[in-house]
Design a protein around this ligand. Sequence first.
Ligand code: MLT
Length: 413
Amino acid sequence: MIRINENYLKLKASYLFSDIAKRVAAHQQRRPEPAVIRLGIGDVTRALPDTCIAAFHEAVDEMAADATFRGYGPEQGYDFLREAIAENDFRARGADIDADEIFVSDGAKCDTGNIQELFASDVRIAIPDPVYPVYLDTNVMAGRSGTFRDGRYEGIVYLDGTADNGFIPDLPAEPVDLIYLCFPNNPTGATISKEQLKTWVDFAAANRAIILYDAAYEAFIRDDALPHSIYEIDGARNVAIEFRSFSKTAGFTGTRCAYTVVPKSLMAYTASGESHSVHRLWNRRHSTKFNGVSYPVQRAAAAIYTDAGKRQVAELIQGYMANADIIRSEMQTLGYDCIGGENAPYIWVATKGDSWAFFDMLLEKAGVVCTPGAGFGTCGEGYIRISAFNSRENVTAAMDRIRRSLKRQCHLE
Ligand code: MLT
């Protein structure tokens, strides 16, 4: 009798964003007009930068001729892209990362989900709450949790993010082995200072723990004092893996390209205390289970590091951040406390009540989709996340609809 991995039975029936998509589809079927405006899942809406498109086309043409055609590429990514990443994203910011420490992939979601399989099934996991659901769900799938009770899994160390700590969790009170951090944060948009990040690096070093640092939203940082990479912090090379993505930075959600940095100096241990290179393990995993990102996509990604590419990416980001400014200021004017939206494309809004009820109300009355905070964890209750990823026209229209519905709602109460 074939048996299932029963850890899957501990999960909620469907993934947060699939659940929301179903609710929105049902609403649209009931009420096709007006068309909903989506400020829920963080999916980009603007076209790829021209330089990426030109590089993409050129690479496709290379695939059309025997002389320039490419078959399997290196699983870790082509040198032209790994070199451009190391130079621009790290060395230019004083972070000591080499090209061969970079693993190009098809997404930070996949990498943050897959990385945990390098570690023992009984390592102690510390996960923020609220959190991007992938970190938690993949550890549940791997059997690192007990059952789900009162909104939380047994056996997981939760790091609470609250208004009181500005959604920067405190260090765990107990020793842990694997720590997930994400800054600028998804879902809250909170950012961490270099001094605060240093305390996490020191904690990890003292506990021989590893930090999994998700920096998928670093391109949205406007405050120069904030770290873009954990490797800007002394000692981080020995304790951290970093995840980056071209999805939000350059509009690659449908094109798929990301990368993970695993420094060669990062070690993990056997039960008897023997140290092993995590880089070697990830390389083994990556080359066994992954065949690389397609050549044209890697060429398109590398184009963002040209002068024109940098300019065009900056314009894209500024466009989305101008949306974030509109959303944040409108919600504040309506009397809602907000965090995020200053160095991140997400605005975390205190709803003064149940987050799914607020989600339903915005969908029903305004035809606007947001993400209920409770979907990101118990500490997300009482908040919604509004995404700045949409056209200016749609964001303006959405805020207009939200203003009118909230005022009408206030009037009725
Ligand atoms: C989000 O909305 O949180 C993101 O789009 C999800 C993702 O990047 O996978």
